[in-house]
Design a protein around this ligand. Sequence first.
Ligand code: PLP
Length: 318
Amino acid sequence: MTSDTTPDAIVWLNGELTPLADARIPVLDRGFIFGDGIYEVVPAYALTPDGASATVRVPFRIRQHLARLERSLGKVSIDNPFDERGWRALIAQVIDANERAGAIARDQHAIVYIQVTRGVAKRGHAFPAGIQPTVFMMVTPLALPNDAQRANGVRCVSAEDRRWLHCDIKSVSLLGNVLMAQHAVEHDAVETIQLRDGFVTEGSSSNVWVVRDGVLYAPPLSNRILEGIRYGLVEALAEECGIRFVAQEIDEATLRAADELMISSATKEVLPVTDLDGHPVGSGKPGPVYAALYAAYQRAKARETNEVAAIATQEVKP
Ligand code: PLP
């Protein structure tokens, strides 16, 4: 049991719904032995469609999350155990099980965690033949940034990126990211912004955005960063807001001279960084580009909520 799951949490493991406390995997699972697996984290909001009174469950940007899951699995040669339809049905099933069990309230935002490992085999580094992937899913409450963090921005620290060179794969081998997250905690910061060879890569669990003279910059997609689902989303939202976006390497001097700095992830959405390594970023307050992107993000959530509600209405009709 972890701090953000309740004793009533229900998980899905290899075809079965089971209480979290009873879920077991063999110690020879290659996820445990080698970190040989991949994962996904999908926000599943509980939002009220326009003109309705009850909330609907909105696994946000689910198509993009499942496409990234497919890409990550492909890059490490693990067969995807389900197609998009299958995954969508499973996600709905696990959320429903947790709502029924009272582990998640119907009006509470949630996070769906999906993990697929290569499976269980006698220990040996190379891929074993003929094994089935281990598939695990859990749902936990989503704690979004609080009002003070939104109003004032958050503090980050920077550090050298010492991870491997396949950061585009959403691998469960996260030791480098774990050390960077701990580095942030030890410096009273919410995130560590990493630099490799003098250029910004990403946070320990977020993408990084810099604003200079009204233009939004992010490092270009490559093997050095994860393509966050919010990477494409923020790019689209910038266009919607008339903000010019440029994917370009960001050197350390540009990072430190930013007018605005932001991080994005499933759990942070888009969040302003107003202090980097103890120095104010720009004015030291969240800026206008952040404000425009955050508002656009909330509109995107509302649009998807209305779409989910419209599909549900169609399905109910004979
Ligand atoms: N980069 C890393 C290393 C991450 O772990 C994450 C998310 O956890 C992201 C970027 C942002 O990805 P997303 O927007 O899909 O949450």
